[in-house]
Design a protein around this ligand. Structure first.
Ligand code: NAD
Ligand code: IPM
Ligand code: MN
Length: 362
């Protein structure tokens, strides 16, 4: 029996609640599909920061290195500035483990109250390939003339040829396994150095893939298209910041942030990848037991795919669809009254007894 070593970092706020449900669902999938999951839990969080002055220990990255994968809840909570908490945990892991692809699949599932209700799932099924290691997220820059009339801040973006080529190539390879279309998010009308560079590299790589349809759109127009004509989109590739913003928009059109999973992927497998929901720690609903665990459960299913347990990943996705489609157990964001735990338990049960429902009906 294969046993995988998984590092679990629940983190902050609703990260803790949705992580617990994802673990239940994964344990059910492991039992049913004949593999083992050996969990090691880390308390790295804003709470730890308040107690010790750091989000994770100095050797945190080395501690994670031997694991097969990392499942992360959410990081960030009022009391610790966001740039301190996120640059103290989430972003260093992404970078140390060369998780340069942030893969964010977008699907319209049954039971969701999307602004695009009435569309079918095949009209809204895309994936955002977000650059995850450089771009607008950089430490280069500084603040000057503190407190003076001439005070200013400078923030540099970093676009390397290696970084841009590899993320765009990843998007084209992925498109070959899907509908064969790539749309690049740009803003080369307003941003005159980095974005024309991005566009040039996009054109070069597109020429290597004549079998894949390619186009580029300015990010503003692309945002509008995502809402009005999502059926035209298959693989969307964008820089770190553009991919970040587009993925919350994509979550919103598929029923909300509680629905959207994400994988920080190290494609060559030299380091562990890390899976998490697109959403954050949701301080506004933390501690109420009402967060939707679906995003985290779907992220966990992506982790199973990455571990090579595709059948188990499919079983988790099928259980999510059956439970949402039945409409009996939905959290408040989906228009129901169920708790995080009730929805998690219903999905775990659906993985354990995948044919239970049809047997009852038929
Ligand atoms: P957020 O995603 O936490 O919340 C945005 C809104 O969506 C809130 O109204 C929240 O209640 C709702 N929401 C999010 N997830 C939900 C779920 N599963 N079920 C139901 N409703 C849900 O974004 P924010 O408020 O901008 O950020 C809060 C904190 O999380 C900040 O500290 C931020 O830096 C951090 N954050 C962390 C991650 C991460 O760890 N990957 C991602 C995004 C934000
Ligand atoms: C995400 C989050 C993070 C990001 C933040 C919390 C730094 O919004 O994973 O989408 O922008 O990468
Ligand atoms: Mn985000």
């Amino acid at each position: 029996m294969n046993t995988y070593r998984i590092a679990s970092i629940p983190g902050d706020g609703i990260g803790v609640d949705v992580q617990a449900e994802a673990r239940k669902v994964l344990d059910a999938a492991a039992e049913r599909h004949g593999f083992g999951l050996e969990w090691t839990e880390f308390d790295w969080s804003c709470r730890r920061y308040a107690e010790t002055g750091s989000m994770m220990p100095a050797d945190g990255i080395d501690t994670l290195r031997p694991f097969d994968s990392v499942l992360l809840g959410a990081v960030g909570f009022p009391g610790v500035a966001d740039h301190v908490s996120l640059w103290g945990l989430l972003i260093p892991v992404r970078r140390a483990f060369a998780q340069y692809v942030n893969l964010r699949p977008v699907r319209l599932l049954p039971g969701t109250t999307s602004v695009l209700a009435g569309r079918s799932a095949d009209e809204l099924e895309m994936v955002i390939v977000r650059e995850n290691s450089e771009g607008e997220y950089s430490t280069l820059g500084g603040r000057h003339n503190d407190g003076q009339p001439g005070e200013f801040a400078l923030q540099e973006s970093v676009f390397t040829r290696v970084g841009v080529e590899r993320i765009i190539r990843y998007a084209f390879e992925l498109a070959r396994t899907r509908q064969g279309r790539v749309c690049s998010a740009t803003k080369s009308n307003g941003i005159i150095h980095t974005m024309p560079f991005w566009d040039e590299i996009f054109a070069e790589i597109a020429a290597e893939y004549p079998d894949v349809e390619s186009e580029q759109m300015h990010i503003d127009a692309l945002a509008a298209r995502m809402v009005q004509r999502p059926d035209l989109l298959d693989v969307v590739v964008g820089s770190n910041l553009f991919g970040d913003i587009l993925s919350d928009l994509a979550a919103a059109i598929t029923g909300g942030l509680g629905m959207a999973p994400s994988g920080n992927v190290n494609p060559d497998g030299a380091f562990p990848s890390m899976f998490e929901a697109v959403h954050g720690s949701a301080p506004d609903i933390a501690g109420q037991g009402i967060a939707n665990p679906v995003a985290q459960i779907l992220a966990a299913a992506m982790m199973l795919d990455q571990l090579g347990e595709r059948a188990a990943g499919d079983a988790v996705r099928a259980a999510v669809e059956r439970v949402l489609g039945a409409g009996a157990v939905l959290t408040p964001d989906l228009g129901g009254t169920a708790t995080t735990e009730e929805l998690g338990a219903a999905i775990a049960e659906g993985v354990t007894a995948p044919h239970g429902q049809s047997e009852l009906v038929g």
